[in-house]
Ligand binder design. Structure first.
Ligand SMILES: [Zn+2]
Length: 165
């Protein structure tokens, strides 16, 4: 899960508290580089198509077979909005226009920050675009498979979408 070798000099990383710091870090035994581990940013969308929200049935772990919002890791050099649109297109085949930020959620246990946008579907065809997606579904509010959702943050976002409509 975490790196064992220094990305700069290749020496082993050892866990210790650096001088002046307050918590253990991975510190290089060769050059002294501190390898900080921080949360990653996951971007996604509550994409709405004629009153229906677009969900994907996940084809990969974690939570394979469960339903989730189209979402994935933000790339370097990419804006949050562009990342949300890219992930939605990759996973569902649908083009979206983002209307606003829905909310941010910290998932401490997963080490990620979810940034979820509200968006309208403006084009494309619902298609499971890769092995990461088994099925693309579009659900009216009373059809949402609440018991089969993959992630709590996706549930929170859907609840906010419904509460904010
Ligand atoms: Zn090093």
């Amino acid at each position: 899960m975490s790196a064992r070798f220094c990305p700069h000099c290749g020496s082993a990383l050892h866990e210790r508290v650096p001088p002046g710091d307050s918590r253990p870090r991975l510190v290089c035994t060769g050059c002294g580089h501190v390898h900080y581990l921080n949360p990653k940013v996951v971007v996604g969308a509550v994409a709405v198509n004629d009153g229906r929200v677009v969900l994907i049935k996940r084809g990969i772990e974690p939570q394979k077979g469960k339903w989730g919002l189209p979402a994935g890791y933000l790339e370097l050099g990419e804006t949050l909005e562009a990342g949300a649109a890219r992930e939605t297109l990759e996973e569902t085949g649908l083009e979206i226009a983002i209307s606003r930020l829905l909310n941010l959620y910290t998932r401490v246990e997963a080490g990620v920050i979810n940034v979820l946008y509200l968006a309208d579907v403006i084009g494309g065809n619902p298609t499971p675009a890769s092995h990461e997606t088994l099925e693309v579904g579009q659900f009216l509010p009373d059809e949402i498979p609440w018991d089969e959702l993959a992630f709590p943050s996706h549930r929170w976002a859907l609840e906010e979408w419904l509460g904010n409509r």
